[in-house]
Design a protein around this ligand. Structure first.
Ligand SMILES: C=C1C[C@]23C[C@@]1(O)CC[C@H]2[C@@]12CC[C@H](O)[C@@](C)(C(=O)O1)[C@H]2[C@@H]3C(=O)O
Ligand SMILES: O=C(O)CCC(=O)C(=O)O
Ligand SMILES: [Fe+2]
Length: 330
């Protein structure tokens, strides 16, 4: 059995060792238990493409169970972790993001989000106790998926769409292409010594899917890009989730919602752990602006494409590229 040394574990901030952030950040906060949630979600998606979710209904226990497994995995020697790699397309990756030359101060695990795939892949990821790891990942994903579906239904409702499951059904199908990513950003010595104060953990990009739902420990680093051209830090809050509008939702709303550009800066002092569920549609799903959202005479800004076509094109691009450009109508 691999035993994690105390100093190794101390570098990580686990879920139950900190109070929630009290910093006022200017980022919209949606309380899912409140009746005005649907209106506020629509507003947040229009103005930021990003919001924080509280009273989300995901048991904290599911989050902490998975986080402690993740901490154990990332504390293993590099040679052990590499046995679960490369992340091409799924598994353990280190520094290289995607296959087009992007790098960051990061190591990660990239997975398909379906339970059979995860149980199978856990055998090579966490050899020490694959069942424990697999069940922690699957328990977490199923709870986050339920919350995501609730958010997407509130969104449809808030937009006045009769078919409440117009977005959520795309994620709930058996053959939906949803992903799960666990990122670890180790403390960066160059940031600490100020020789590279803005070292990049994960370069700026938008997420290609419909929606992304992120949880992190209490280490900072995530930033979002505002329409006025500024980057603002997102104060971490381990009791909450953060939601990104993805490119596909931008298209389905004919640009009413914008996929948010975001990035992660390396942290000089703490290890950042983030876990992201990417809600994507089935390969053959047609992505186009919803006719129910087009007001009289409104023209579609995008050509129709399948998720498979978009993903194939997107995965040939670099992180910072504008992936929707090729699908815009002139
Ligand atoms: C550079 C790349 C990494 C990425 C595939 C891509 O070619 C462009 C999109 C990237 C991204 C961003 C959001 C998610 O983290 C991700 C898994 C995804 O679906 O699109 C990554 C891809 C990746 O890391 O493979
Ligand atoms: O790690 C984070 O906080 C964000 C990572 C991210 O944007 C991604 O994995 O697509
Ligand atoms: Fe992202």
């Amino acid at each position: 059995m691999v035993v994690c040394s105390k100093p190794a574990l101390d570098r990580f901030s686990l879920i139950n060792d900190c109070k929630p952030s009290t910093i006022v950040s200017g980022i919209p906060v949606i309380d899912l238990s409140k009746p005005d949630a649907k209106t506020l979600i629509v507003k947040a998606c229009e103005e930021f493409g990003f919001f924080k979710v509280i009273n989300h209904g995901v048991p904290m226990d599911f989050i902490s169970k998975l986080e402690s497994q993740v901490v154990k995995f990332f504390s293993l020697p590099e040679s052990e972790k590499e046995k679960a790699g490369p992340a091409n397309p799924f598994g353990y990756g280190n520094k290289k993001i995607g296959s087009n030359g992007d790098i960051g101060w990061i190591e990660y695990i990239l997975l398909k989000s379906n339970p059979e795939f995860i149980s199978q892949k856990s055998l090579s990821i966490f050899r020490e106790n694959p069942e424990l790891f697999g069940s922690a990942v699957n328990g977490y994903i199923s709870a986050v998926k339920m919350m995501t579906s609730q958010i997407l239904e509130l969104l449809a409702d808030g937009l006045g769409i009769e078919q409440r499951n117009v977005f959520s059904k795309l994620l709930m199908k058996e053959d939906s292409d949803c992903l799960f990513r666990i990122n670890h950003y180790p403390p960066c010595p160059d940031v600490q010594t100020s020789s590279r104060p803005n070292m990049i953990g994960f370069g700026e990009h938008t997420d290609p899917q419909i929606i992304s739902v992120l949880h992190s420990n209490n280490a900072s680093g995530l930033e979002i890009y505002l329409r006025d051209g500024s980057w603002i830090p997102v104060p971490p809050d381990q009791r909450s989730f953060f939601v990104n509008v993805g490119d596909s939702l931008q298209v389905m709303t004919n640009g009413r919602f914008k996929s948010v550009k975001h990035r992660v800066l390396a942290n000089g002092a703490k290890s950042r752990i983030s876990m992201i569920y990417f809600g994507g549609p089935p390969s053959n799903a047609k992505i186009a602006p919803l006719s129910s959202l087009m007001k009289g005479g409104e023209k579609s800004l995008y050509k129709q494409f399948t998720w498979c076509e978009y993903k194939t094109a997107a995965y040939k691009t670099r992180l910072a590229d504008n992936r929707l450009q090729h699908f815009e109508k002139n």
